[in-house]
Ligand binder design. Structure first.
Ligand code: EPZ
Length: 425
């Protein structure tokens, strides 16, 4: 199993290209199953989550070609002429929760589907109650048996007007996909407004769907009988960009992030500007300059977009552990997204938990190397950031977590002056 070894203390200087977004790629690849036509998706990132999903959809009957383009991004040419299997097995769905969304194309094109319950993960129980309530209201027959959701359609699914209790990103993706092929007008209220929702809606509209209001909390979908092929490009990964912005804030230095627009990380930008960071918005890139080593402590609360993203919470905590004062981080999206706390404490962080709030007593140079373990994707990114500034050599185990969402992170960081090595332990 690979581990990452980081010798801390180097500045970060230079420029990197932000890869295609993991959280836009997954729903857009699944949306390709909604048509029997050929779909081209460009700027696919080289991530293990993408390959896990491709393995699943191949088993469902998709045929695809993955063409390696410049700097290892991929162009995916995919076609699902016929759904050959309607089963999404546990061993794939448990690895990558977004696989659950294949339930939408399966039930529409096959009439019934057997999809494993995603199960919980390190950051929470990850329930699917909103998905099931939508399917039932649309008229699907739902049975939960042996850890699987068995869904079938007696007559055609009917359009519904549904208000979400929480602006769930996944449920909004799911609702857009399934409603695109249900005759009539469907409405989802309190919908998620993340940029990935906009990317999916734009793709579905290019395929012939009629979706209005995406990017706002009320989305109206006029379903059609058939969707057609299209050629679409994955937007850049705003969470990868935010992770690198936090890294250079911690280490000091000057970084240019290419192919990303500042508005994608607006909430983080507003926070970082209170820690003496200069952030410049250039033509489709961002420049982050951190001259002095002063990191002011700042309280944050994670929120649905456009609030501070929960996917940057763990990385921000590493920065606050290294700041010169006390700060609080409140996690309001997931009930257990603090698995990185104990590992940061092992590295010298002074962090305690009170319910869904972490209290961090930051201290400059408090972080030192220690053998630590990644527990989930963003926790592993947090440990890499801590390792970049910790004294000595930090060893991070179970690094397969980080490959789920970051393309060649050690290569990118080394190209900026870090001292990182991936070794086979
Ligand atoms: C997406 O997960 C992202 N994953 C997550 O990114 C991200 O953290 C999350 O949205 C929130 O922004 C992908 O896009 C692949 P949710 P998702 O449904 O859709 C509750 C990463 O690190 N909920 O918006 O699963 C749920 O328990 C990953 O890249 C229900 O209660 O998130 C959670 O508390 C991690 N019932 C809240 O909604 C449901 O039926 C937000 O979850 C569904 C969700």
């Amino acid at each position: 199993m690979d581990i990452i070894q980081i010798k801390g203390g180097n500045f970060l200087e230079g420029e990197i290209n932000i890869s295609g977004s993991k959280n836009a790629s997954l729903p857009m690849i699944i949306a390709s199953l909604l048509t029997e036509d050929k779909i081209k998706i460009r700027n696919i990132p080289n991530l293990s989550d993408v390959f896990t999903l491709l393995k699943l959809i191949k088993s469902l009957g998709s045929e695809f070609e993955l063409i390696n383009e410049d700097n290892s991004t991929y162009k995916l040419i995919i076609q699902t002429k016929k759904i050959k299997s309607n089963i999404a097995p546990y061993d794939l769905v448990r690895k990558m929760r977004a696989s659950f969304w294949v339930l939408a194309p399966l039930i529409l094109r096959y009439g019934e589907a057997k999809v494993s319950l995603p199960g919980g993960c390190a950051i929470g129980t990850r329930p699917i109650n909103f998905y099931l309530s939508i399917l039932k209201k649309m008229g699907a027959l739902i049975k939960i048996k042996d850890g699987y959701v068995k869904a079938s359609i007696k007559n055609n699914l009917k359009p519904i007007n549904y208000k979400l209790d929480f602006p769930s990103v996944g449920v909004t993706h799911f609702f857009l996909m399934i409603s695109s092929l249900i005759e009539g007008e469907s409405i989802i209220r309190n919908a998620a407004i993340e940029p990935e929702i906009i990317s999916l809606a734009e793709m579905l509209n290019k395929m012939g769907a009629k979706i209005k209001g995406y990017g706002t909390s009320k989305i109206v979908i006029k379903g059609c009988s058939k969707l057609k092929g299209t050629d679409i490009t994955i937007p850049s990964d705003r969470i990868e960009a935010g992770t690198f912005a936090l890294a250079v804030t911690a280490t000091g230095g000057k970084l240019k992030l290419k192919s990303i627009n500042i508005k994608e990380i607006e909430a983080l930008k507003n926070v970082l500007q209170n820690t003496d960071v200069e952030i410049k918005s250039l033509e489709n890139s961002i420049e982050i300059i951190k001259k002095n080593g002063v990191i002011h402590p700042i309280d944050i609360e994670t929120k649905p977009y456009p609030g501070f993203p929960t996917d940057l919470q763990a990385q921000f905590m590493a920065l606050m552990a290294y700041s010169n004062g006390k700060s609080k981080i409140k996690e309001t999206i997931f009930e257990n997204r603090f698995m990185h706390v104990q590992e940061l404490v092992r590295m010298g962080g002074d962090i305690s938990l009170a319910g869904n709030t972490a209290i961090i007593k930051g201290k400059k140079d408090c972080l030192h190397s220690a053998p630590v373990m990644a527990t989930d994707l963003r926790a592993s990114a947090s440990l890499v950031l801590a390792g970049l500034v910790a004294r000595g050599e930090t060893k991070i185990d179970r690094i397969y977590h980080i490959d789920r969402g970051y393309e060649r992170i050690e290569e990118k960081l080394n190209s900026l002056g870090a001292n990182i090595e991936r070794v086979n332990a």
